[in-house]
Design a protein around this ligand. Structure first.
Ligand code: ADP
Ligand code: MG
Length: 240
């Protein structure tokens, strides 16, 4: 579903990604972890073309993201992305947040979009909040709305960038629970997170990044039980 082949990227003179190669199969859940500044956010944003790369090839569901002729808006409409800071539209109600892109980007009727929005709100347990505005919801609720909003577009894959790291501790699980459910339903997911409980529960593989390189790309149990690189060992010792 997602392949990265020798992806390298520079911000000016600074090389942020070096020869990153990996693949995520349909239905697979891959957790990406590593120290702050190691390039996790940049890597995940390259997948839907939010960050252009200077070298290498990225393909998502048959679409060559790194081809300059690719319609990135179309690609992004079916690759869901959830960020640390929710990024809901503050001036729109929750249900409007869920319907906007359905109407504008994929041309669904308003009625159908609302129906879909309501169905997905129900799924994340927020039916009662449809007419509220983002600021009236807790962080955990806003993040669940952000996930529902992405799901409204029938994504072929979902990308998450530290979706729980801006949340108060008591709200982390309500968001992780939604993600675990998605994983169990077979959604293809790439998740940047330090929630190793989540990784242990649903990840197929764990990618560990350091200084812009993928230094470890292992099956989950292998990563936790026998990490290969000294940096990954050190990292695990700190957070487990
Ligand atoms: P992570 O998500 O692992 O913390 P990032 O991908 O955000 O890492 O950043 C990797 C490196 O790239 C960091 O050193 C960061 O300072 C740098 N960086 C990130 N975004 C930019 C940018 N827009 N311009 C220049 N440098 C950047
Ligand atoms: Mg980051």
């Amino acid at each position: 579903m997602i392949t990265l082949n020798n992806v390298s990227k520079w911000y000016g003179q600074f090389q942020v990604l070096t020869d990153c190669t990996t693949a995520v199969k349909k239905g697979e859940v891959v957790v990406v972890c590593g120290p702050s500044g190691s390039g996790k956010s940049t890597l995940i944003k390259t997948v839907n073309g939010l960050e252009p790369v200077q070298r290498g090839k990225i393909v998502v569901d048959g679409t060559v993201v790194t081809d300059k002729h690719t319609n990135l808006a179309r690609l992004r409409s079916h690759v869901g992305m959830v960020f640390q800071h929710f990024e809901l539209f503050a001036h729109l109600s929750i249900i409007e947040n869920l319907t906007l892109a359905q109407v504008k980007v994929i041309g669904r009727s308003k009625e159908e979009s609302r129906k879909k929005g309501q169905k997905l709100l129900e799924r994340v347990g927020l039916t009662a909040h449809a007419e509220k505005y983002p600021a009236q919801l807790s962080g955990g609720q806003q993040q669940r709305v952000a996930i529902a909003r992405a799901l409204c577009m029938d994504p072929v894959a979902m990308l998450f960038d530290e979706p729980t790291s801006a949340l108060d501790p008591e709200m982390i699980n309500e968001v992780l629970d939604v993600m675990v459910e998605l994983a169990h339903e077979g959604m293809t997911m790439m998740v940047v997170t330090h929630e190793m409980g989540f990784a242990r529960k649903v990840a197929n593989r764990v990618i560990f990044m350091d200084e812009g390189k993928i230094v470890e790309d292992s099956l989950k149990d292998a990563f936790f039980d026998t990490p290969q690189s000294p940096r990954a060992k050190e990292f695990l010792a700190k957070i487990l």
